[in-house]
Design a protein around this ligand. Structure first.
Ligand code: CTP
Length: 401
């Protein structure tokens, strides 16, 4: 799997640097080409001689190397690679990366990098837990840097243990393999724009109260993530959920059905739309501007107005995406109700699921769905929501051609 992959390893100055020698060996065994930059403090822990012998390549360390005949400068080093692995990444190195400091060859190369970066932190557990390090690591994650570890266990310091250890060499190798497995996946939706809705909507009654439903957003978010993995540009319009925004997806946060419709219209044009949100069908007819006070024995009446149907609006819109997929959340007569929704809403496919409490679908991780189209019904086995998402995205890719 790693045959021919060009990996640049940056070894920082930590006691765990010796473990990275094993990583180099294992990556080489798997066919990778490994080049190494040692930070200045990294050289205190492993020698260029050892690293060079293991990698079979010249080891770099100095920003200005007078002995270098050709200019293999920091730009070339970090451009000419498929992956940069920073291990061990000390608190200091992480801080320099997070702040764009280019004070030696290793950090200048990281700043000039075009390749994806994986960081393997290694430090004392107090240093890892420190808010400054957490802030820096969070910044790197937000910049798209991936992490392997740190792991939990004993520290180099006597009697200290916690989270901060470098992950074991084979875990790092497995993480690198997983990275390439994902990166090398075919990208059938490259160049496509996919629009996804997810989560519930909430409809206010007064400034502190609202009505909503039990949608967790797990299925819609999984679809957005699957579309991104398939290479699409993804806009996810999500109601309030407690799960994180999927990586690599442009997430628009909304609350009400009308806000969701607005965000969906603004996201057009799209090649395909998957409407997985559990949109509230109604909203309170009047939203009180002040909190409604309790009057004993006199509960306020609630009357409702119908919300716009986002799927039906999109299904009949002049800017209708080529493929429109809706969901049908049913507790009875799943197939008949879903067939009606297919016709009424102008969808190409309806993903029908049984959301009765006994099914465990709402909030759960698994889903059992049937896919309705003009061509008929396809029943899928019970799958994880991620698997449903992958299959649905494969269907979108096939249909788009
Ligand atoms: N939907 C929508 N806008 C609404 C209501 C529903 O876009 N106001 C979409 C959902 O995102 C889903 C599909 O329509 O893709 C079906 O949602 P569902 O709640 O199952 O159907 P409803 O049309 O609300 O019908 P009912 O509640 O009677 O089952």
């Amino acid at each position: 799997m790693l045959a021919g992959k060009r990996i640049l390893i940056i070894i920082g100055g930590g006691i765990a640097a010796y473990k990275v020698l094993e990583v180099i060996r294992r990556l080489k065994e798997r066919g990778a080409q490994v080049r190494v930059i040692l930070t200045h403090s990294g050289k205190e822990f492993v020698t260029p001689m050892t690293v060079g012998a293991l990698s079979g390549e010249k080891v770099f360390s100095d920003l200005f190397d007078p002995t270098e005949e050709q200019d293999i400068g920091h730009i070339v080093l970090s451009r000419d690679t498929d992956l940069i692995l920073v291990a061990p990444a000390t608190a200091n190195l992480i801080a320099r990366m997070a702040n764009g400091i280019a004070d030696e060859l290793a950090t200048a190369s990281l700043l000039a990098a075009a390749a994806p970066i994986i960081v393997c932190p290694a430090m004392n557990q107090r240093m890892w837990a420190h808010p400054a390090t957490q802030r820096n690591a969070g910044q790197l994650a937000a910049d798209g840097v991936r992490f392997i570890g740190p792991a939990e266990g004993r520290m180099a310091e006597r009697n200290e243990a916690g989270v901060g250890r470098l992950s074991e060499p084979m875990e790092i190798v497995a993480g690198v393999e997983a990275f390439f497995a994902e990166a090398d996946q075919p990208k059938p939706l490259a160049g496509r724009h996919i629009l996804v809705t997810s989560g519930p909507t909430i409809e206010p009654i007064d400034p502190v109260r609202f009505i909503t439903n039990r949608s967790s957003g797990k299925q819609g978010h999984a679809i957005a993530a699957a579309a991104a993995r398939a290479g699409a540009r993804v806009t996810l319009v999500s109601g309030p959920v407690s799960i994180a925004d999927p990586k690599g997806v442009d997430t628009v946060h909304v609350e009400t059905a009308r806000e969701m419709l607005e965000a969906v219209s603004s996201a057009l044009p799209a090649d395909a739309a998957v409407m997985a949100a559990a949109v509230s069908d109604w909203r309170p007819a009047e939203v009180a501007t002040e909190k409604i006070k309790k009057a004993a024995g006199d509960p306020p009446p609630l009357s409702f107005l119908e919300n716009p149907d986002i799927l039906a609006t999109l299904g009949h819109d002049a800017r209708r995406p080529k493929i429109v997929i809706g969901f049908a959340a049913e507790t009875t007569n799943v197939e008949a109700n879903a067939a009606r929704k297919l016709a009424v809403k102008g969808a190409d496919y309806i993903v029908a699921n049984d959301v009765s409490p006994s099914s465990g679908v709402f909030g759960g991780d698994a889903n059992r769905v049937q896919i309705l189209s003009k061509a008929g019904v396809e029943i899928w086995p019970t799958l994880s929501k991620d698997e449903v998402a992958d299959r649905l995205i494969a269907l979108v890719a096939r249909t788009l051609g």
